[in-house]
Design a protein around this ligand. Structure first.
Ligand code: ZN
Length: 339
């Protein structure tokens, strides 16, 4: 399909920026309506829990979940009103719209799940509540997934380092031009802090939430389900995705060795990202499967043992810095046989 030049909004090749600007407007206004509807849903959920408790007695789990969903609903509402106030004052809010979208729709998911649970057996029937519950599964995908909005909040609001974008030019993420020294031994946090520059740097930050920097050496810590032992990468969860248990999780430190599960040799990437590099998935001994860069092997599939044993080491995350100059510590995989 051809679009006449006269119909172009803005200038040529500037569509993505315009799209991002208009999306901010959509996120600011679109969810005010659904927030108003959420107040009605909260009231219905409260009545349904009261009806259930009249039959079966007090249900502390439903009450705790309701209190949490109620509080989040109030916060989202106040945040929406603040955005409207800023907007009408002539200010142009940015990624704050992502908060409304992300928190509002994730909360809606909780709210309708609570409604279906509170209905007991009736929650298994197809009603407008169960249909709405199913549709909340789609609403955290449409209009930018929750992952996209978390990314925007991380980069625009919290100022964390950007993921590379295809339309980046001067603002491409900073990476070192020099190739990584593949034989560099495992260094300590102290060495990173002092060796890279004459002026003392702020303490490095973990590149992922499961990397802990509270000791002399970095370490890995995963959540392990107390019921079934399944491990998770995220820092906190309410329930186990495998067995559904809400009995909680223990912090688990795995062995720092594993077996290569799969890998890709990446020759072309976003502007600013040094290539080639090897992106790998490793099944950690006594741990989950973990993605990361494999180093210390040739960039040649004929010379890589696809099921090799690897160790997990920590190093500076390829020279990336946030706006305040903080370095990042990341994990890397290296062949065990190289010793
Ligand atoms: Zn479990």
């Amino acid at each position: 399909m051809r679009v006449p030049l006269d119909n172009i909004v803005g200038s040529m090749n500037d569509g993505w920026r315009i799209n991002r600007t208009t999306m901010v407007g959509e996120h600011l206004t679109n969810f005010l309506g659904s927030q108003a509807a959420q107040a009605e849903t909260v009231a219905r959920v409260a009545r349904t829990i009261a009806e259930r408790e009249a039959q079966r007695g007090i249900d502390h789990d439903l009450r705790a979940r309701f209190a949490s969903a109620w509080a989040t609903t109030q916060i989202v509402k106040l945040h929406g009103l603040r955005n409207v106030a800023r907007f009408t004052a002539g200010d142009n809010p940015g990624a704050e719209g992502s908060i409304s979208k992300l928190v509002g729709q994730e909360n809606e998911k909780e709210l309708f799940e609570l409604m279906v649970d509170a209905q007991g057996a009736a929650g298994l029937e197809e009603t407008r509540w169960t249909r709405a519950w199913l549709s909340t599964r789609a609403s955290t995908i449409g209009g930018g997934t929750s992952e996209i909005h978390r990314n925007k909040l991380a980069e625009r609001v919290l100022g964390m380092p950007r993921d590379p974008w295809a339309d980046d030019d001067a603002s491409a993420p900073q990476t070192t031009d020099a190739p990584v020294d593949l034989r560099r031994p495992l260094t300590t946090i102290e060495k990173w802090s002092h060796a890279m520059t004459d002026t003392p740097l702020p303490s490095p930050l973990p590149a992922a939430s499961y990397i802990q920097l509270d000791g002399p050496e970095p370490r890995l810590s995963f959540l392990k389900c107390r019921s079934c032992g399944t491990m998770f990468l995220e820092p906190e969860r309410l329930a186990c995705a495998r067995c559904g248990s809400r009995d909680g999780f223990d912090a688990h430190e795995p062995r720092y060795e594993g077996t290569l599960h799969s890998y890709s040799i990446v020759h072309r990437s976003f502007p600013g990202t040094a290539v080639p590099f090897i992106s790998a998935v490793v099944d950690i001994d006594d741990g989950p499967s973990l993605k990361g860069n494999l180093r210390g092997v040739p960039f040649d599939a004929d010379q890589i043992d696809g099921a090799m044993r690897v160790r997990i080491v920590f190093d500076d995350a390829l020279g990336r810095r946030d706006a305040d100059g903080n370095a990042y510590i990341s994990h890397f995989f290296e062949p065990l046989a190289a010793d």
